[in-house]
Design a protein around this ligand. Sequence first.
Ligand code: GSH
Length: 236
Amino acid sequence: MIDLYTAATPNGHKVSIALEELELPYALQVLNLSAGDQKAPAFLAINPNGRIPAIVDRDADNFAVFESGACLIYLAEKTGRLMPPDTKGRSRVMQWLMFQMGGIGPMMGQANVFYRYFPEKIQPAIDRYQGESRRLFAVLDGHLKTHEYLAGDYSIADIANWAWVRTHRWSGVSVEGFPHLQRWLSAIRARPAVQRGIEQPATQVHLRRDGDEAAQRYAEQARAMVEMGQAPKDAS
Ligand SMILES: N[C@@H](CCC(=O)N[C@@H](CS)C(=O)NCC(=O)O)C(=O)O
């Protein structure tokens, strides 16, 4: 059994999707990020960075893994699935996984902060992060023009990138003009395990379903979390 410490965010959903795809038994431990559960000492003992997701593998001496990319690699290696074993195949998966961890995630994350959560609208910062996200979408689209998935067969690289790109509206970044990216988004969304994964836990606000007011309320909660996260603990 694996404990998954998570919340309804792209980074959390990467791991719940992988667990669903791999059919591994897991127990969901949902943290309330607005209440600061991720900064509680019991959770910091699992992830010293105080962020979700993290997993604890109860069948492996309670081995703890933090950072969503590291969780995905651990699960793929534990099962021998969602990542090829040969050096080149594994490297291809790593390249697109790192592309997400170092590019798509941070750029869309900062687009969310400046476009949705920050009280002041700093237009150059919004433009920078939305523009960089859209540039990265173009890179994905170009690659997907000649590849069904990002790195050989469907893999943890697809899961990691998909969990973020699917939230592009929240970041205010369009996928218009990227037909290959749209094809890939739809193909992955059609997977039953993916549909189950994004319900663990369910996304709290859907822009098209819930409308602007609900989005505004959610953004306010997230703003409180961002402000809390900016306050460094005093050095001792
Ligand atoms: N690089 C980390 C990022 C984790 C991260 O930023 N998690 C966010 C939710 S998506 C979080 O826990 N935020 C709470 C906070 O900032 O206090 C990963 O991929 O696991």
